[in-house]
Design a protein around this ligand. Structure first.
Ligand code: NDP
Length: 442
């Protein structure tokens, strides 16, 4: 099997989907040498089959805004792979959403979910709806219209969506309400639900906390610790805020947060209570932090964040937010660890720079798997009709993140590339899905 021919096939079959090509190429590059040593995978054409979604649903979402005007958005659900469990993956609401972006996310999700050790297949969905500036009533009507079609394609044993960019507890609540109304049943069909109707403790914190548990394992590997470390975090959404919280608990100093307009730098360490008030309560912009916290500065342009000196960089906003030049800048300023809270935040050029300069790199599909893992734990609790305590869920999350790290590390060693966690995560995630696909036949 050869990378070039394989990628030509992918590009011909999926034109105008650059993010999907990028995600598949990164995985194929690391997997093809492994597959070439395991002819059973090549013969069953597992990689070709994994790169083809099992099902793609695209649909119209029409709703009425506060001015009485009709709005039309496009909704999607990509059901990528169900070899090891029901489809599972988030719903993204952002104007940049299109088929290629969601296919890249669904593809990554297959490997990530496999790594969690829980029985979950991979999916992703969402819409090009832009929640920015929309009233609560508009958000509700959009979510209801979206679910009025999506409900046909999901179910607690079929496909269980969760949150992602633009989809938090509020949106999940409205979608759950609509599903329950249409189906006339109360089931764990979505995760990230409110705590009063089937949500799991720690789900809100899970991706950010899980990222830090993973980074903790990376530090331990190097005989290092969070003590005295300066951390740069991008984004100011769900993942960024709870990554900040756990980094601070570990004793590190987080000096930045950002949104798509710009970033704040606080040399004294982020005052998380202020950031949460602005983002979670007021749904404001991160710029307002600098008006409230003396000594902090706001800089227009979110990408400038990578010029801030740090030991650990945690991109937690969106795809391709660090390019090769920005990675060079991080290296020049002494970064030692990069771990991804966001999905595919580093371009292939940026990853090259990390690997060539000895930066210890934690790829998103391993490092940010804590979110979906805890969604898996929410599904377990829903099935049992029982709730675990905060400590019980946190303990399970910590164990899962440790296992993901250990499995990725072990697989990198077996592949002769010890410490290359990208290679390790791809191989470890692949084997379980591939073996299940072979066992289930063509
Ligand atoms: P949120 O919507 O809560 O926050 C997203 C943050 O990223 C906001 O600060 C947003 O700024 C910023 N952002 C979004 N798009 C862009 C862009 N194009 N350029 C610059 N900044 C941008 O999302 P989450 O925190 O949930 O998700 C962040 C990342 O983490 C995504 O890549 C997501 O796929 C990934 N992830 C999330 C998981 C979860 O459990 N939520 C699980 C695993 C991964 P603005 O307000 O200006 O748009």
């Amino acid at each position: 099997m050869e990378l070039k021919t394989f990628m030509e096939g992918i590009k011909a079959k999926n034109p105008n989907e650059p993010e999907f090509h990028q995600a598949v190429e990164e995985v194929a590059m690391t997997l093809i040498p492994f597959i070439n040593e395991h002819p059973e995978y090549e013969k069953a054409k597992i990689l070709e089959r994994i790169a083809e979604p099992e099902r793609v649903v695209m649909f119209r979402v029409s709703w009425v805004d506060d001015n009485g005007e009709v709005q039309i958005n496009r909704g999607y659900r990509i059901q990528m792979n169900s070899a090891i469990g029901p489809y599972k993956g988030g719903l993204r609401l952002h104007p940049s959403v299109n088929l290629g972006v969601l296919k890249f996310l669904a593809f990554e999700q297959v490997f990530k979910n496999s790594l969690t050790t829980l029985p979950m297949g991979g999916a992703k969905g969402g819409s090009d709806f832009n929640p920015a500036g929309r009233s609560d009533g508009e958000i509700m009507r959009f979510c209801q219209a979206f679910m009025t079609e999506l409900y046909r394609h999901i179910g607690p044993n079929l496909d269980v969506p969760a949150g992602d960019i633009g989809t938090g507890a509020r949106e999940i609540g409205y979608m759950f309400g609509q599903y329950k109304k249409i189906r006339n049943e109360f089931t764990g069909v979505l995760t990230g639900k409110g705590l009063t109707f089937g949500g799991s403790l720690i789900r809100t914190e899970a991706t950010g906390y899980g990222l830090l548990y993973f980074v903790n394992e990376m530090l331990k590997e190097k005989g290092d610790s969070f003590e005295g470390k300066t951390v740069v975090i991008s984004g100011s959404g769900n993942v960024a805020l709870y990554a900040t919280e756990k980094a601070q608990e570990y004793g590190a100093k987080v000096v930045t947060l950002s949104d798509s307009n710009g970033y704040i730098y606080d040399p004294n360490g982020i005052d998380l209570a202020v950031a949460k008030q602005i983002k979670e309560v007021e749904r404001g912009r991160i710029k307002e932090y600098a008006d409230r916290v003396p000594g902090s500065v706001y800089t227009e342009g979110c990408r400038n964040i990578w010029s801030v000196k740090c030991d650990i960089a945690l991109p937690c906003a969106t795809q391709n937010e660090i390019n090769g030049e920005e990675a060079e800048l991080l290296v020049k300023n002494g970064v030692k660890y990069v771990a991804e809270g966001a999905n595919m935040p580093s371009t292939p050029e940026a990853i090259d720079v990390y690997l060539k300069n000895g930066v210890y790199y934690g790829p998103g599909k391993a490092a940010n798997a804590g979110g979906v893992a805890t969604s898996g734990l929410e599904m377990c609790q829903n099935s049992m009709r029982y709730n675990w305590t905060r400590e019980e869920v946190d303990e399970k999350l910590q164990r899962i993140m440790k296992d993901i790290y250990a499995n990725a590390y072990e697989a990198s060693k077996k592949a002769g590339q010890e410490g290359n966690l990208m290679v390790g995560a791809n191989i470890a995630g692949f084997i379980k899905v591939a073996d299940a696909m072979i066992a289930q036949g063509v």
